[in-house]
Design a protein around this ligand. Structure first.
Ligand code: PEP
Ligand code: MG
Length: 324
């Protein structure tokens, strides 16, 4: 780390006008945890539980999952740890659970598999709830929600697991529950989802992919994929408004949160926290410490008058360069 970044490590993620934006990190493998701790992460904003499932050759048992989740929760305690339930399908495959589909991104993914296989889902939920006993820093996050009934059904299963466990252990608590906003339908029902859940978390990787109809991993169409597309910005405005209406915090946990130009805009939008790759954390802290919320709001207004992602990016990059 350069001397300047080393100095940043000690300083809070706070704008010059005193707005605190907690910076959490995304993780999946145990090595992400040590990197997160080394960069001063304020918690895990997105733990992708499918990663430990992907590096094995059979489903981990409840005990194996319990041990892993306990380790993650303990490593960050008392800081929050957001464990996302299994998000396989799409580009994330398990060799021992093959899914063959023509359009995997539009197929059996995330919460859809969990709801069709309550056995897999309940095993995971039980392991998470048990791991949280006596700690209390767990937050649960549900991926690929596209209908309110996805959330309602998942909530019934989670409450059931919680009550069953509470019969034997009174240290078991119902965790805070959040919903990923990563499918366009969830943007248009963000109010209904915000009413039910305790927090929202925008996944810009999938939201951009689905809003713009651009495969997030296809190099050939990479120039069509941009989280600064005006349509994505308008979607974000709608999600923030819905969450504020119900007093529920909203964070952004897609890769875009680690992009200085996007992070600057997210500050202006009123997003409460960011979750990013540990390697982006200090750079984004620098951005937050360099701009007042009001300046970021003005940049958002300017961005809304531009019609192209490239123009929005050029404007923001110029502002960042001028700031040093
Ligand atoms: C996203 O879609 O933006 C996200 C954070 O989840 P993942 O990248 O794991 O799909
Ligand atoms: Mg996603």
């Amino acid at each position: 780390l350069s001397q300047e970044l080393q100095r940043l490590l000690e300083l809070p993620a706070e704008t010059p006008d005193g707005v605190r934006i907690p910076l959490y990190t995304n993780a999946g493998l145990l090595s992400d945890l040590s990197h997160s701790l080394a960069r001063g992460s304020e918690g895990i904003g997105l733990y992708r539980t499918e990663f430990p499932f992907m590096v094995r050759d059979s489903f981990p048992t409840e005990e194996e999952q319990f041990a892993l989740y306990r380790q993650v929760l303990q490593a960050f305690h008392p800081r929050p740890v957001t464990l996302r339930t299994l998000d396989i399908g799409g580009d994330k495959a398990l060799t021992y659970f093959p899914v063959q589909e023509e359009n995997p991104y539009l197929g059996w993914r995330g919460i859809r598999i969990s709801l069709d296989h309550p056995d897999i889902f309940l095993t995971q939920i039980r392991a998470m709830l048990r791991a949280n006993a006596g700690l209390g820093n767990l937050q649960l996050l549900l991926p690929m929600i596209s209908r309110v009934e996805d959330l309602d059904e998942a909530m019934v299963l989670i409450a059931r697991a919680c009550h069953e466990l509470q019969d034997d252990d009174d240290a078991i608590r119902m965790p805070r529950l959040g919903v990923m906003i990563e499918v366009p339908a969830a943007v248009y029902q963000a109010e209904e989802l915000a009413r039910r859940a305790e927090f929202l978390c925008v996944g810009t990787n999938d939201l951009t992919q689905y809003l713009l109809a651009v495969d997030r991993n296809n190099e050939r169409v990479a120039k069509w994929f941009d989280a600064l597309h005006p349509a994505v910005i308008r979607a974000l405005i709608q999600v923030v408004a819905a969450s504020q209406r119900y007093g529920k915090p909203v964070s952004v946990c897609g890769e875009a949160a680690g992009d200085p130009a996007v992070a600057l805009l997210l500050l202006g939008l009123g997003v409460e926290s960011l979750s990013l790759s540990p390697s982006d954390l200090l750079r984004i802290k620098w951005v937050l410490r360099s701009f007042k919320r009001q300046q970021a709001r003005e940049l958002l207004s300017r961005a809304l008058n531009l019609e192209q992602a490239s123009a929005i990016r050029a404007m923001l990059v110029q502002v960042l360069v001028d700031a040093g």
